[in-house]
Design a protein around this ligand. Structure first.
Ligand code: NAI
Length: 340
Protein backbone atom coordinates (compact mmCIF):
# COMPACT_ATOMS: atom_id res chain seq x y z
CA UNK A 1 0.00 0.00 0.00
CA UNK A 2 2.80 2.39 0.96
CA UNK A 3 4.53 1.79 -2.37
CA UNK A 4 1.30 2.42 -4.23
CA UNK A 5 0.79 5.69 -2.34
CA UNK A 6 4.30 6.88 -3.24
CA UNK A 7 3.77 6.11 -6.90
CA UNK A 8 0.42 7.92 -6.99
CA UNK A 9 1.80 10.95 -5.20
CA UNK A 10 5.00 11.31 -7.22
CA UNK A 11 5.68 15.02 -7.69
CA UNK A 12 5.07 16.48 -11.15
CA UNK A 13 8.67 17.56 -11.96
CA UNK A 14 9.90 13.99 -11.50
CA UNK A 15 7.31 12.75 -13.98
CA UNK A 16 8.24 15.42 -16.49
CA UNK A 17 11.84 14.23 -16.67
CA UNK A 18 10.54 11.07 -18.38
CA UNK A 19 9.79 12.38 -21.84
CA UNK A 20 8.36 9.38 -23.68
CA UNK A 21 5.79 6.82 -22.66
CA UNK A 22 8.26 4.00 -23.36
CA UNK A 23 10.84 5.39 -20.94
CA UNK A 24 8.33 5.85 -18.12
CA UNK A 25 8.28 2.15 -17.46
CA UNK A 26 11.76 1.03 -18.37
CA UNK A 27 12.86 -2.59 -18.40
CA UNK A 28 14.84 -4.92 -16.18
CA UNK A 29 17.92 -6.20 -17.96
CA UNK A 30 20.22 -8.92 -16.58
CA UNK A 31 23.79 -9.27 -17.88
CA UNK A 32 25.23 -12.73 -17.12
CA UNK A 33 29.02 -12.57 -17.25
CA UNK A 34 28.91 -8.87 -16.38
CA UNK A 35 32.46 -8.65 -14.99
CA UNK A 36 34.09 -9.92 -18.18
CA UNK A 37 35.74 -8.24 -21.14
CA UNK A 38 32.40 -7.81 -22.92
CA UNK A 39 30.23 -7.68 -19.81
CA UNK A 40 31.83 -4.54 -18.36
CA UNK A 41 31.63 -2.19 -21.35
CA UNK A 42 28.22 -3.66 -22.26
CA UNK A 43 26.96 -2.86 -18.78
CA UNK A 44 28.40 0.64 -19.09
CA UNK A 45 26.49 1.21 -22.33
CA UNK A 46 23.28 -0.20 -20.85
CA UNK A 47 23.71 2.13 -17.83
CA UNK A 48 23.40 4.96 -20.37
CA UNK A 49 20.17 3.61 -21.85
CA UNK A 50 16.92 5.43 -21.16
CA UNK A 51 15.11 2.13 -21.84
CA UNK A 52 16.61 0.40 -18.81
CA UNK A 53 15.04 0.66 -15.36
CA UNK A 54 17.20 -1.84 -13.50
CA UNK A 55 20.47 -3.41 -14.62
CA UNK A 56 21.27 -6.67 -12.85
CA UNK A 57 24.94 -7.59 -13.02
CA UNK A 58 25.68 -11.26 -12.52
CA UNK A 59 29.03 -13.03 -12.64
CA UNK A 60 30.81 -15.81 -10.76
CA UNK A 61 33.42 -13.32 -9.48
CA UNK A 62 34.33 -9.61 -9.33
CA UNK A 63 30.75 -8.44 -9.72
CA UNK A 64 30.63 -6.14 -6.70
CA UNK A 65 33.43 -3.88 -7.92
CA UNK A 66 31.95 -3.46 -11.38
CA UNK A 67 28.54 -2.75 -9.87
CA UNK A 68 29.87 -0.20 -7.35
CA UNK A 69 31.81 1.57 -10.08
CA UNK A 70 28.87 1.77 -12.51
CA UNK A 71 26.42 2.74 -9.79
CA UNK A 72 28.17 6.12 -9.40
CA UNK A 73 27.26 7.17 -12.95
CA UNK A 74 24.54 9.80 -12.85
CA UNK A 75 22.00 8.09 -15.10
CA UNK A 76 18.61 6.63 -14.20
CA UNK A 77 19.10 2.82 -14.42
CA UNK A 78 19.49 1.23 -10.99
CA UNK A 79 22.45 -1.15 -10.69
CA UNK A 80 22.24 -4.36 -8.68
CA UNK A 81 25.08 -6.82 -8.03
CA UNK A 82 24.72 -10.62 -7.96
CA UNK A 83 27.83 -12.73 -7.42
CA UNK A 84 28.13 -16.51 -7.50
CA UNK A 85 25.70 -19.22 -8.56
CA UNK A 86 23.53 -18.75 -5.46
CA UNK A 87 22.78 -15.20 -6.58
CA UNK A 88 21.44 -16.16 -10.02
CA UNK A 89 17.75 -16.31 -8.98
CA UNK A 90 17.79 -12.70 -7.73
CA UNK A 91 19.55 -11.54 -10.87
CA UNK A 92 16.91 -13.15 -13.08
CA UNK A 93 13.67 -12.76 -11.19
CA UNK A 94 11.52 -10.22 -13.07
CA UNK A 95 14.07 -9.71 -15.86
CA UNK A 96 12.59 -8.65 -19.20
CA UNK A 97 15.79 -9.23 -21.15
CA UNK A 98 18.74 -11.49 -20.30
CA UNK A 99 22.01 -10.91 -22.16
CA UNK A 100 24.61 -13.68 -21.86
CA UNK A 101 28.28 -12.88 -22.52
CA UNK A 102 29.48 -15.49 -19.96
CA UNK A 103 32.19 -17.89 -21.01
CA UNK A 104 35.76 -18.12 -22.22
CA UNK A 105 36.96 -16.18 -25.29
CA UNK A 106 39.34 -17.32 -28.05
CA UNK A 107 43.12 -17.12 -27.98
CA UNK A 108 45.26 -17.00 -31.12
CA UNK A 109 45.05 -20.25 -33.10
CA UNK A 110 41.65 -21.21 -31.66
CA UNK A 111 38.39 -21.46 -33.57
CA UNK A 112 35.09 -20.55 -31.92
CA UNK A 113 34.32 -24.27 -31.86
CA UNK A 114 37.35 -24.86 -29.60
CA UNK A 115 35.39 -23.03 -26.88
CA UNK A 116 32.54 -25.51 -27.04
CA UNK A 117 33.48 -27.77 -24.15
CA UNK A 118 33.55 -24.99 -21.56
CA UNK A 119 30.91 -22.63 -22.86
CA UNK A 120 28.27 -25.25 -23.63
CA UNK A 121 27.99 -26.11 -19.94
CA UNK A 122 27.94 -22.45 -18.89
CA UNK A 123 25.12 -21.60 -21.30
CA UNK A 124 23.17 -24.70 -20.26
CA UNK A 125 23.29 -23.84 -16.55
CA UNK A 126 22.46 -20.17 -17.08
CA UNK A 127 19.50 -21.05 -19.32
CA UNK A 128 18.24 -23.50 -16.71
CA UNK A 129 18.12 -20.44 -14.44
CA UNK A 130 16.26 -18.44 -17.08
CA UNK A 131 13.67 -21.22 -17.44
CA UNK A 132 13.09 -21.27 -13.68
CA UNK A 133 13.27 -17.62 -12.70
CA UNK A 134 12.28 -15.52 -15.73
CA UNK A 135 10.58 -17.88 -18.20
CA UNK A 136 9.05 -15.07 -20.27
CA UNK A 137 12.23 -13.03 -20.68
CA UNK A 138 13.87 -12.36 -24.04
CA UNK A 139 17.28 -14.06 -24.12
CA UNK A 140 20.28 -12.86 -26.14
CA UNK A 141 23.19 -15.32 -26.26
CA UNK A 142 26.66 -13.92 -27.01
CA UNK A 143 28.76 -16.85 -25.71
CA UNK A 144 30.53 -18.71 -28.49
CA UNK A 145 30.23 -20.86 -30.48
CA UNK A 146 26.87 -19.12 -31.03
CA UNK A 147 26.02 -21.61 -33.82
CA UNK A 148 25.89 -24.33 -31.12
CA UNK A 149 25.12 -22.45 -27.89
CA UNK A 150 21.77 -21.17 -29.20
CA UNK A 151 20.54 -24.71 -30.03
CA UNK A 152 21.66 -25.67 -26.50
CA UNK A 153 19.73 -22.77 -24.98
CA UNK A 154 16.66 -23.70 -27.04
CA UNK A 155 16.83 -27.32 -25.90
CA UNK A 156 17.20 -26.35 -22.22
CA UNK A 157 14.17 -24.10 -22.45
CA UNK A 158 12.20 -26.65 -24.47
CA UNK A 159 12.83 -29.36 -21.85
CA UNK A 160 11.68 -26.98 -19.13
CA UNK A 161 8.51 -26.27 -21.14
CA UNK A 162 9.29 -22.56 -21.43
CA UNK A 163 10.77 -22.30 -24.93
CA UNK A 164 9.36 -19.41 -26.94
CA UNK A 165 11.27 -19.38 -30.26
CA UNK A 166 10.27 -15.74 -30.78
CA UNK A 167 12.32 -14.66 -27.78
CA UNK A 168 15.64 -16.51 -28.09
CA UNK A 169 18.42 -14.84 -30.08
CA UNK A 170 22.05 -15.55 -30.88
CA UNK A 171 23.71 -12.16 -31.13
CA UNK A 172 25.26 -11.72 -34.60
CA UNK A 173 25.05 -7.93 -34.57
CA UNK A 174 28.85 -7.61 -34.50
CA UNK A 175 28.98 -9.15 -37.98
CA UNK A 176 26.54 -6.50 -39.23
CA UNK A 177 28.49 -3.75 -37.44
CA UNK A 178 31.74 -4.92 -39.02
CA UNK A 179 30.17 -5.25 -42.47
CA UNK A 180 28.72 -1.74 -42.19
CA UNK A 181 32.10 -0.34 -41.12
CA UNK A 182 34.14 -2.01 -43.85
CA UNK A 183 31.62 -1.24 -46.60
CA UNK A 184 31.41 2.39 -45.44
CA UNK A 185 35.21 2.56 -45.71
CA UNK A 186 35.01 1.24 -49.28
CA UNK A 187 32.29 3.72 -50.20
CA UNK A 188 33.80 6.67 -48.32
CA UNK A 189 30.60 7.04 -46.28
CA UNK A 190 29.60 7.44 -42.64
CA UNK A 191 29.07 3.85 -41.34
CA UNK A 192 25.83 5.00 -39.73
CA UNK A 193 24.42 5.48 -43.23
CA UNK A 194 25.24 1.92 -44.35
CA UNK A 195 23.31 -1.29 -43.77
CA UNK A 196 24.49 -4.72 -44.84
CA UNK A 197 22.31 -7.74 -44.01
CA UNK A 198 24.39 -10.63 -42.69
CA UNK A 199 22.78 -14.07 -42.75
CA UNK A 200 23.74 -17.65 -41.81
CA UNK A 201 25.52 -18.02 -38.51
CA UNK A 202 28.40 -16.62 -36.49
CA UNK A 203 31.63 -18.41 -37.43
CA UNK A 204 33.87 -18.28 -40.49
CA UNK A 205 32.14 -19.31 -43.67
CA UNK A 206 28.71 -19.34 -41.97
CA UNK A 207 28.92 -15.53 -41.69
CA UNK A 208 27.43 -14.45 -45.01
CA UNK A 209 27.38 -10.69 -45.56
CA UNK A 210 25.01 -10.07 -48.44
CA UNK A 211 26.99 -7.25 -49.99
CA UNK A 212 24.76 -7.18 -53.06
CA UNK A 213 21.85 -6.16 -50.80
CA UNK A 214 23.76 -3.37 -49.04
CA UNK A 215 22.18 0.04 -48.77
CA UNK A 216 23.34 2.31 -50.26
CA UNK A 217 24.16 0.11 -53.20
CA UNK A 218 27.72 -1.18 -53.35
CA UNK A 219 29.07 -1.69 -56.85
CA UNK A 220 32.60 -3.05 -56.71
CA UNK A 221 34.48 -5.55 -58.89
CA UNK A 222 34.04 -9.18 -57.83
CA UNK A 223 37.59 -9.38 -56.53
CA UNK A 224 36.96 -6.51 -54.13
CA UNK A 225 33.65 -8.03 -53.03
CA UNK A 226 35.47 -11.30 -52.30
CA UNK A 227 38.10 -9.47 -50.25
CA UNK A 228 35.45 -7.57 -48.29
CA UNK A 229 33.53 -10.75 -47.60
CA UNK A 230 36.67 -12.52 -46.40
CA UNK A 231 37.59 -9.61 -44.13
CA UNK A 232 34.12 -9.57 -42.54
CA UNK A 233 34.25 -13.35 -41.99
CA UNK A 234 37.73 -13.17 -40.45
CA UNK A 235 37.31 -9.92 -38.53
CA UNK A 236 37.03 -11.70 -35.18
CA UNK A 237 40.33 -13.46 -35.84
CA UNK A 238 41.89 -10.11 -36.81
CA UNK A 239 41.10 -8.89 -33.26
CA UNK A 240 42.16 -12.16 -31.58
CA UNK A 241 45.56 -11.91 -33.33
CA UNK A 242 46.02 -8.23 -32.49
CA UNK A 243 45.21 -8.89 -28.82
CA UNK A 244 47.85 -11.64 -28.90
CA UNK A 245 46.45 -13.85 -26.14
CA UNK A 246 44.54 -11.20 -24.22
CA UNK A 247 41.14 -12.32 -25.58
CA UNK A 248 38.83 -11.53 -28.46
CA UNK A 249 36.61 -8.61 -29.45
CA UNK A 250 35.17 -6.98 -26.35
CA UNK A 251 34.62 -3.27 -27.03
CA UNK A 252 33.10 -3.61 -30.50
CA UNK A 253 31.11 -6.60 -29.20
CA UNK A 254 29.81 -4.56 -26.28
CA UNK A 255 28.73 -1.85 -28.73
CA UNK A 256 27.02 -4.46 -30.92
CA UNK A 257 25.29 -6.17 -27.98
CA UNK A 258 24.10 -2.83 -26.62
CA UNK A 259 22.69 -1.98 -30.05
CA UNK A 260 20.88 -5.32 -30.15
CA UNK A 261 19.61 -4.98 -26.56
CA UNK A 262 18.32 -1.47 -27.30
CA UNK A 263 16.53 -2.80 -30.39
CA UNK A 264 14.87 -5.51 -28.27
CA UNK A 265 13.74 -2.98 -25.66
CA UNK A 266 12.43 -0.57 -28.29
CA UNK A 267 10.45 -3.39 -29.92
CA UNK A 268 9.18 -4.51 -26.50
CA UNK A 269 7.87 -1.04 -25.85
CA UNK A 270 5.89 -1.09 -29.09
CA UNK A 271 8.13 0.94 -31.36
CA UNK A 272 7.35 -0.08 -34.96
CA UNK A 273 9.84 -0.95 -37.68
CA UNK A 274 12.61 -2.46 -35.52
CA UNK A 275 14.65 -4.76 -37.79
CA UNK A 276 17.82 -6.62 -36.75
CA UNK A 277 19.69 -9.71 -37.91
CA UNK A 278 20.02 -12.50 -35.34
CA UNK A 279 20.58 -16.26 -35.18
CA UNK A 280 17.28 -17.85 -34.16
CA UNK A 281 15.11 -20.95 -34.45
CA UNK A 282 13.98 -20.60 -38.02
CA UNK A 283 12.28 -22.30 -40.94
CA UNK A 284 13.54 -19.81 -43.52
CA UNK A 285 16.06 -22.30 -44.94
CA UNK A 286 15.18 -25.98 -45.33
CA UNK A 287 17.24 -28.32 -43.10
CA UNK A 288 18.67 -25.44 -41.04
CA UNK A 289 16.54 -25.25 -37.86
CA UNK A 290 18.65 -22.30 -36.66
CA UNK A 291 19.62 -19.52 -39.01
CA UNK A 292 20.52 -15.83 -38.86
CA UNK A 293 18.48 -13.50 -41.02
CA UNK A 294 16.71 -10.16 -40.89
CA UNK A 295 13.89 -10.11 -38.34
CA UNK A 296 11.27 -7.55 -37.56
CA UNK A 297 10.88 -7.40 -33.81
CA UNK A 298 7.63 -6.58 -32.06
CA UNK A 299 6.36 -6.46 -28.47
CA UNK A 300 6.23 -10.28 -28.26
CA UNK A 301 9.60 -11.00 -29.87
CA UNK A 302 10.07 -11.94 -33.52
CA UNK A 303 7.09 -10.48 -35.39
CA UNK A 304 8.23 -11.38 -38.91
CA UNK A 305 11.04 -13.14 -40.74
CA UNK A 306 11.96 -10.85 -43.62
CA UNK A 307 12.47 -12.69 -46.91
CA UNK A 308 16.10 -13.56 -47.61
CA UNK A 309 17.76 -11.05 -49.89
CA UNK A 310 18.46 -12.24 -53.43
CA UNK A 311 22.03 -13.61 -53.59
CA UNK A 312 24.47 -13.09 -56.44
CA UNK A 313 26.62 -15.96 -57.72
CA UNK A 314 29.46 -15.33 -55.24
CA UNK A 315 27.07 -15.20 -52.28
CA UNK A 316 25.16 -18.27 -53.49
CA UNK A 317 28.45 -20.16 -53.61
CA UNK A 318 29.20 -19.16 -50.03
CA UNK A 319 25.64 -20.07 -49.02
CA UNK A 320 26.07 -23.63 -50.29
CA UNK A 321 29.38 -24.08 -48.48
CA UNK A 322 28.01 -22.78 -45.17
CA UNK A 323 25.19 -25.30 -44.95
CA UNK A 324 27.28 -28.30 -43.98
CA UNK A 325 29.10 -26.45 -41.19
CA UNK A 326 25.91 -24.99 -39.79
CA UNK A 327 24.16 -28.39 -39.79
CA UNK A 328 27.06 -29.93 -37.87
CA UNK A 329 27.30 -27.04 -35.35
CA UNK A 330 23.59 -27.33 -34.63
CA UNK A 331 23.88 -31.10 -34.27
CA UNK A 332 26.79 -30.63 -31.87
CA UNK A 333 24.65 -28.44 -29.59
CA UNK A 334 21.75 -30.88 -29.67
CA UNK A 335 24.17 -33.81 -29.14
CA UNK A 336 25.57 -32.09 -26.03
CA UNK A 337 22.08 -31.93 -24.58
CA UNK A 338 21.58 -35.61 -25.36
CA UNK A 339 24.77 -36.50 -23.51
CA UNK A 340 26.73 -37.27 -26.70
P1 NAI B 1 35.90 -12.87 -20.53
O1 NAI B 1 36.63 -14.09 -20.12
O2 NAI B 1 36.60 -11.57 -20.49
O3 NAI B 1 34.57 -12.73 -19.69
C1 NAI B 1 33.70 -13.78 -19.47
C2 NAI B 1 33.04 -13.60 -18.13
O4 NAI B 1 32.14 -14.69 -17.94
C3 NAI B 1 34.03 -13.61 -16.95
O5 NAI B 1 33.82 -12.48 -16.14
C4 NAI B 1 33.68 -14.89 -16.21
O6 NAI B 1 33.83 -14.79 -14.81
C5 NAI B 1 32.22 -15.04 -16.59
N1 NAI B 1 31.69 -16.39 -16.38
C6 NAI B 1 32.32 -17.57 -16.59
N2 NAI B 1 31.48 -18.57 -16.23
C7 NAI B 1 30.34 -18.00 -15.81
C8 NAI B 1 29.11 -18.51 -15.31
N3 NAI B 1 28.89 -19.82 -15.17
N4 NAI B 1 28.15 -17.62 -14.96
C9 NAI B 1 28.37 -16.29 -15.11
N5 NAI B 1 29.50 -15.76 -15.56
C10 NAI B 1 30.46 -16.61 -15.91
O7 NAI B 1 35.34 -13.17 -22.02
P2 NAI B 1 34.74 -12.10 -23.06
O8 NAI B 1 35.83 -11.55 -23.91
O9 NAI B 1 33.83 -11.19 -22.34
O10 NAI B 1 33.88 -13.10 -24.02
C11 NAI B 1 32.74 -13.76 -23.53
C12 NAI B 1 32.15 -14.67 -24.59
O11 NAI B 1 31.64 -13.90 -25.71
C13 NAI B 1 33.14 -15.66 -25.21
O12 NAI B 1 32.53 -16.92 -25.32
C14 NAI B 1 33.43 -15.09 -26.57
O13 NAI B 1 33.81 -16.08 -27.49
C15 NAI B 1 32.07 -14.51 -26.91
N6 NAI B 1 32.07 -13.54 -27.99
C16 NAI B 1 30.98 -13.51 -28.83
C17 NAI B 1 30.91 -12.63 -29.89
C18 NAI B 1 29.71 -12.61 -30.76
O14 NAI B 1 29.74 -11.91 -31.79
N7 NAI B 1 28.62 -13.29 -30.43
C19 NAI B 1 32.01 -11.70 -30.17
C20 NAI B 1 33.08 -11.74 -29.20
C21 NAI B 1 33.10 -12.65 -28.17
Amino acid sequence: LAQHFVAEQAPAPQLETHATSSSVRGYNVAVLGAAGGIGQPLSLLLKLSPQVRELRLYDVANTAGVAADLSHIATAPRITSHSGAGALPDALYGADLVVIPAGVPRKPGMTRDDLFNINAGIVRSLCEGVARFCPSAWVAVISNPVNSTVPIAAEVLRRAGTFNPSKLFGVTTLDVVRANTFVAEALGLDPAAVNVPVIGGHAGVTILPVLSAATPRLTVPEQQARALMARIQDAGTEVVKAKAGAGSATLSMAYAAARFAEACLRAMSGEPGVVECAYVASSVVKDLPFFASQLRLGPAGIAEFLPLPRLNALEQDNFESMKEELVSSIAKGVGFMNGK
